[in-house]
Design a protein around this ligand. Structure first.
Ligand code: ATP
Ligand code: MN
Length: 538
């Protein structure tokens, strides 16, 4: 296959101010795998996948993500503690320093693109200090053919220098690491962190500005797959709620696991060319497709291996956020190209650690808009300190850290699309049942899958008054039965065996919703406000 040919190509980076010739351009995945091991930066696991440690950072650093305030962004970006402004002059100075640093390094350069729909294609040149970061770019971005590489004109450049440490006083960063987007210069400048997720989420954030502002397309932090009848399902959710897990379904073709656009032609396209799955407690039995994707070509991050290279997926001694990246073709059942049509169902995934939201419920259009703006999930407290209260966590559009515009902008677009295409919207609690975190248990993956399959097969779709119970606190429609799921599981109250404790906790959550929604009240119309919980504690 041409993409994996062991070619030696050359490229000049003179235009960026990089003068040396120690540049590896467009190396194959195998070459990068081997070089990483040869440089002692990684090992081969018994599954064949490369295993690396990303260093000091094993997750993104949202407080160190900046956007350059310039003519393009100044009056469009929703500035604040999510989109932190950075001065153009400071960017130029820091950029210069990073380039001077990279001028002394062996470099790994890759041309790739984002967006599976042709007319939205964004050409990207990725410049990495480390071979495994460049292999990550191979896995995660879309891969141009040999033909497309002829005369490839990069539009955006990702500069990734994990070993470069900023000096906050001089460089105007918060600390030594940074990820800065510059829309005028079309550069994502990343330094001081080796966490690969910064690379993909940098381009995602750029697209989340470009697509709605210039291309009338809604960008979404969601996964997507398509059924045999050509119906597309999309799954929104914050980190850890199940986007990757639930979209990887042997009975449906995977479109993508994290970043998509919904066009004015009503198609849904993947931005990426690969998946980035959490592997904490991964098992072959529960998640055979993802497990099977962990082979040569995949990169495991921050996992613990024994002497024979076997991975212990239960070991979280480096981080809970252990990951694997792989090109999408490591999954057997995929949609090619990664584009879906005919969106029929939208799922909002939430990991409710209070254990009070129904495992599945149907939302009215008002409720859908309200829940999208709210973007609820919960954080569970550190496990070592014993049982501590879960914390509600609200992130607008189920992805606020990546959304440069005001949430209302995306919500407006989504509402319009949902109404136009007549989709059904479902709230799925992949979190706790039988009590809150510490008392109850995580919802069985088997049950969540059965509920989603029931929706997609039309077994829950028919609305009749008797088939649903309207939740007295949240107002959502909770199905009374579902194939493959014990009836009791469908009612969170029933699983608690303690009505008083259940309602107390449900009110605690409904109050948290109300508190969070205050900041959107001014921008929300009556229709959206009506979608909130029906009852609160006073
Ligand atoms: P990110 O945005 O960080 O990529 P994600 O939404 O893709 O996050 P997943 O990678 O799918 O999240 O993580 C969900 C995790 O929760 C997996 O480790 C999965 O095994 C686990 N899990 C446990 N129970 C369930 C359930 N009922 N439904 C979904 N996932 C579950
Ligand atoms: Mn994911």
């Amino acid at each position: 296959m041409a993409l994996n040919a062991q070619t030696t190509k050359s490229i000049s980076l003179q235009d960026l101010g990089i003068a040396h010739h120690n540049i590896h351009y467009q190396l194959s995945s195998d070459q990068l795998h081997d070089m990483t091991i040869a440089k002692d930066m990684g090992v081969e696991s018994s599954l064949g996948a490369l295993a690396v440690n990303t260093g000091e950072f094993t997750g993104r650093s949202p407080l160190d993500r900046f956007i350059v305030k310039d003519d393009i962004t100044a009056d469009k970006v929703w500035w604040g503690n999510i989109n932190i402004p950075f001065a153009a002059d400071d960017f130029d100075a820091l950029h210069k320093k990073v380039i001077a640093y990279l001028n002394k390094k062996e470099l790994f350069v890759r041309d790739a693109y984002a967006c599976a729909e042709k007319e939205y294609r964004l050409n990207i040149r990725v410049i990495n200090e480390y071979p495994w970061s460049n292999m990550f770019a191979y896995n995660m971005f879309l891969r141009p053919t040999e033909e497309e590489l002829e005369g490839f004109a990069p539009e955006w450049t990702v500069i990734n220098a994990p070993g470069f440490m900023a000096d906050p006083k001089v460089d105007k960063t918060r600390q030594h690491n940074f990820a800065i987007l510059n829309f005028s210069r079309k550069i994502a400048l990343i330094g001081g962190t080796g966490y690969t997720g910064e690379i993909k989420k940098g381009i995602f954030s750029a697209l989340n500005f470009i697509l709605p502002v210039f291309k009338n397309t809604l960008p979404m932090h969601c996964s997507a797959n398509v059924g045999k009848g050509g119906d597309t399902a999309i799954f929104f959710g914050l980190s850890g709620t199940g986007k990757t897990t639930l979209s990887t379904d042997p009975n449906r073709k995977l479109i993508g696991d994290d970043e998509h656009g919904w066009t004015s032609k009503n198609t849904v396209f993947n931005f990426e060319g690969g998946c980035y799955a959490k592997v904490i407690n991964l098992s072959k039995e529960n998640e055979p497709e993802i497990y099977g994707a962990i082979k040569k070509g995949a990169i495991l991050e921050n996992v613990i291996l024994d002497d024979s290279g076997e991975v212990d997926f239960t070991d979280t001694s480096i981080t809970q956020n252990t990951r694997v990246s792989y090109p999408i073709y490591h999954i057997k059942n995929i949609q090619e190209p990664s584009i879906g049509e005919n969106v029929k169902n939208v799922f909002f995934l939430t990991a409710d650690a209070f254990g009070v939201l129904p495992p599945i419920s149907k939302l009215t259009p008002s409720q859908a808009a309200y829940h999208f703006i709210s973007g609820y999930t919960a954080k569970v407290a550190g496990t070592e300190a014993g049982v501590v209260e879960p914390q509600p966590s609200f992130s607008a559009c189920f992805g606020a850290p990546f959304m440069p515009l005001h949430p209302a902008k995306y919500a407006e677009m989504l509402s319009k699309k949902m109404i136009e295409s007549g989709v059904d919207v479902w709230l799925v609690n992949t979190g706790w049942t039988g009590g809150p975190y510490g008392v109850g248990t995580r919802m069985k993956l088997k049950y969540t899958r059965a509920m989603i399959s029931a929706v997609l097969n039309g077994d829950l779709g028919l609305y009749s008054y008797d088939a649903y119970h309207i939740h007295s606190v949240f107002g959502v429609a909770q199905p009374r039965s579902c194939p493959g799921v014990p009836t009791k599981v469908l009612s969170p109250r029933a699983t608690w065996n303690d009505d008083e404790a259940y309602y107390k906790t449900a009110f605690k959550l409904s109050n948290a919703f109300r508190e969070n929604f205050k900041k959107f009240e001014a921008d929300a119309n009556e229709e959206i406000r009506r979608g909130g919980p029906q009852r609160y504690a006073f």
